[in-house]
Ligand binder design. Structure first.
Ligand SMILES: C[S@@+](CC[C@H](N)C(=O)[O-])C[C@H]1O[C@@H](n2cnc3c(N)ncnc32)[C@H](O)[C@@H]1O
Length: 213
């Protein structure tokens, strides 16, 4: 079974979807802080796209993967139309909305340049190989007209170092910043902004990418 299909199946569970919606981001003070910080970061980055484009609103945004929709209201506050996309049916049905689609980020059933902006939160770090990540980045580059707000796991931090030392395999794959730079460049993106959830400690990094090819 391919890694994308294996990952989709991990999320095809009513219990897991309910946990993600009801507990994942509220279960501890740290989870709540990270969630609040990520909402604020995404809000700031999308606002920056609007400012650069000098438009009061973006037209179409894609939330990919949308999970149980924790970024929905932030995206709706900046964009006229929102399409929520996820590979797992259970995640979509745990937080239904008017415009949603079950599809894989590796093969989006959407035309080229369909969206002004794509938010790709907490997906890329699930893939170990450069080929798997580049298949996603290629689809983002094809479907977005210009902007992608994306998170990945950076290996230059305490969390990644501790996991390596403990030999802890969690199905999450931090990569070097230089590797990330090569992969986005191959997809035709340039990095316009970068924010760390907790620099030096946490693996999670957020970037604003602009399609430049
Ligand atoms: C960690 S959750 C992140 C959800 C959301 N982006 C967030 O930050 O709350 C990962 C999500 O990716 C979805 N997923 C896994 N593989 C996928 C793929 N190949 N294409 C699209 N979605 C996928 C899962 O169903 C799950 O909803």
């Amino acid at each position: 079974m391919s890694r994308p299909e294996q990952l989709r199946q991990e999320y095809e569970s009513t219990a897991r979807a309910a946990h993600y919606r009801d507990d994942r981001w509220t279960r501890s003070a740290r989870a709540r802080r990270t969630h609040a910080k990520e909402l604020a970061l995404v809000d700031g980055l999308v606002q920056r796209c609007r400012q650069i484009q000098q438009s009061p609103r973006l037209d179409w945004a894609l939330d990919l993967p949308c999970g149980t929709g924790r970024f929905r209201s932030v995206l709706e506050s900046h964009c006229t139309q929102l399409l929520s996309v996820d590979a797992a049916f259970e995640m979509l049905t745990a937080a239904p909305c008017t415009c949603q689609l079950q599809a894989s980020a590796h093969a989006l059933p959407l035309v080229n340049n369909a969206a002004d902006l794509i938010l790709c939160s907490r997906l890329l770090h699930h893939f170990e190989t450069s080929d798997e990540r580049q298949a996603v980045l290629g689809e983002l580059a094809r479907v977005s007209k210009r902007w992608v707000v994306l998170s990945y796991f950076d290996q230059a931090c305490f969390q990644a170092w501790r996991n390596r030392l403990r030999g802890k395999f969690r199905g999450r794959f931090p990569i070097a910043a230089a590797q990330f730079a090569r992969e986005i460049q191959a997809a035709g993106f340039e990095e316009r902004a970068r924010h760390y959830i907790c620099r030096g400690f946490s693996e999670q990094v957020w970037v604003l990418l602009e399609f430049a090819a």
